[in-house]
Design a protein around this ligand. Sequence first.
Ligand code: IMP
Length: 422
Amino acid sequence: MTKGKVDALLGIVFGDEGKGKVVDVFTPRYDVVARFAGGPNAGHTIIFEGKKFVLRSIPSGIFDEGKLNIIGNGCVIAPDLFAAEAHELEAAGYDLKSRLHISKRAHLILPTHRVLDRAYEAAKGKNKVGTTGKGIGPTYSEKASRTGLRVGDILDNFQEKYNALKARHMQILSDMHYTDFDITEEEKLWMEGVEYLRQFPLTDTEIEINRALEAGKNVLAEGAQGTMLDIDHGTYPFVSSSSTVCGGVCTGLGVAPNRIGEVFGIFKAYSTRVGAGPFPVELFDETGDLIREVGHEYGAVTGRNRRCGWLDLVALKYAIMLNGVTQLIMMKSDVLDGFDTIRVCTAYEKDGVQTTDMPYDTEGWKAVYEDLPGWKTDLTQMTSEQQFPLQLRDYISYIEKETATPITIVSVGPDRAQTIMR
Ligand code: IMP
């Protein structure tokens, strides 16, 4: 029997590429859908059977009865937020407990991790990362320090382990003089979340996935955040705390590199970033405001304004290299419908020096642009590539040539029907 493959579907710039819209095109092709990194800092808006859901920790294959969904070992999970997310899906009639397995090795986000997240951000002052406040950084730090609690811990003597870790956190917070908080209510919901979590199959998901692959089944690894937020390769320290790149699929699910098949890289026809950190293409003028307004660029988790700018080929090429992207998916092309000229950042410049390679320190670099003619046409009604205006075809060819990667899907609007396969 032919062994199955793990395909990866990844946001390859700063996240928020609108992956939620294409996952339902993808999920029917797979037997298993798995999350390999991140936690409730993610927010994928999915419209399924006319209803809108925001998935944070739960994989997008959850709507399909026949699919196994996995929250892998590379993820972090907040039981209270997980329970709230799951209850909403259960109320809509989806039977989660038969479809969702959670790795015993995934780490738990405690209420005090969230307080620590806030305390560390406050202590950083103007250098703050602008985190989502979900406790992501402190939980992954604790994983690396080997002091964290894992999902498997709830199966044995949990209250004692919880109390010990909470006491440690309270001591750190007291040392930081960060004492003005009350987690009584939050902690109650969190403990209820732990009880709820116990009702799910808590398993060795790496073994399950590998058995599925041996049996010829195909797995979709669903990314979160984006490559430029990767802990190693992103704009450190303005990054998230996990491996968001394709390599994270291997460590975050326990699959070997030779099991990886296609790598789908999702990007937007322009750039956005939420949170602090270098962003050479950022526009501070009305063009930036217009992109934000037309593209509804406001954070899914925090509601913050997203910073907007033109497409950044330096970042895109870097991400394609790091992830081994085999196919590109361009989202939100219609947001650029009204512009006479569309700019593309082809290099960064600082002190008279230009680079097309992502620099170690992206701070202080300015974008160098090439201008392309806009299409000035409403794309939203188009149903096939043949209807695309010449300027859009040129924009697509330009990106494909620069990146040496095919763009196989172009999205021209928020609706599922507005997804053009090439
Ligand atoms: P954290 O992941 O909450 O620690 O936040 C670290 C940085 O990553 C901040 O700039 C966040 O805005 C950003 N971030 C985290 N998750 C996402 C996401 O799903 N989409 C976009 N940005 C994110």
